[in-house]
Design a binder for this molecule. Structure first.
Ligand SMILES: [Zn+2]
Length: 199
């Protein structure tokens, strides 16, 4: 986009870096933003900066939080004895959208991937084990992605958790194999949660 004015091409360049946004969409969004009010443009810019400045990780579940603990961990109406283990914080939002799960979460911060050099040491696995007894956990639902990394992570966690006597379940299939959790629609995710099976 060398043929457009510098501020516009700079914005298009930034938008193009976003996932699923190609050059055409980036240009469309940039032109839309140009026609938006200054207030709306400022609100969008402020929201992006606030995301970087104010968001932290929950010290209990490692999901995103504004304070020490996230709103889900602080909610007394949620079942504190069931933990849903996911790879990334975005998976929490995918499962929350399905509105079926009423327990708490544990975000690993990735999945075991020898290809990418991600081992157990880089994930919040020890922190998960350390929650089982003190929080009186009855069930751990492993909701890692239904792909190779998600499966090997699930198997590893199952072996690790088995001696503690906690019930370990895995999301039912029906989720697209090889896919990612946050691409599944709400109905599929809700069904996968309801049909979870013991590992
Ligand atoms: Zn939390």
């Amino acid at each position: 986009m060398d043929n457009v004015v510098a501020p516009l091409s700079a914005l298009i360049g930034e938008l193009e870096k976003l996932p699923t946004v190609g050059p055409k969409t980036a240009a469309r969004l940039a032109f839309y933003l140009m026609s938006a009010s200054r207030e709306d443009a400022q609100a969008l810019a402020d929201a992006i900066v606030a995301l970087k400045d104010k968001l932290r990780f929950c010290k209990r579940c490692f999901s995103l939080s504004e304070g020490d603990e996230c709103t889900i961990c602080r909610d007394p109406r949620r079942d504190a004895t069931t933990i849903c283990v996911v790879g990334e914080a975005k998976d929490v939002y995918a499962i929350e959208r399905a509105m079926t799960f009423n327990g708490r979460y544990h975000v690993l911060g990735g999945l075991i991937s020898p290809m990418e050099g991600i081992g157990v040491g880089q994930l919040h696995v020890k922190e998960l084990i350390d929650r089982i007894a003190p929080e009186n956990i009855k069930e751990v639902i492993i909701a890692t992605n239904p792909n190779a990394e998600g499966e090997s992570t699930a198997l590893y966690l199952h072996r690790l958790l088995a001696p503690s006597g906690v019930k370990v379940t895995r999301l039912a299939y029906g989720l697209p194999i090889g896919g990612e959790l946050d691409y599944a629609d709400e109905t599929t995710l809700a069904r996968a949660l309801e049909g979870r099976r013991a590992l």
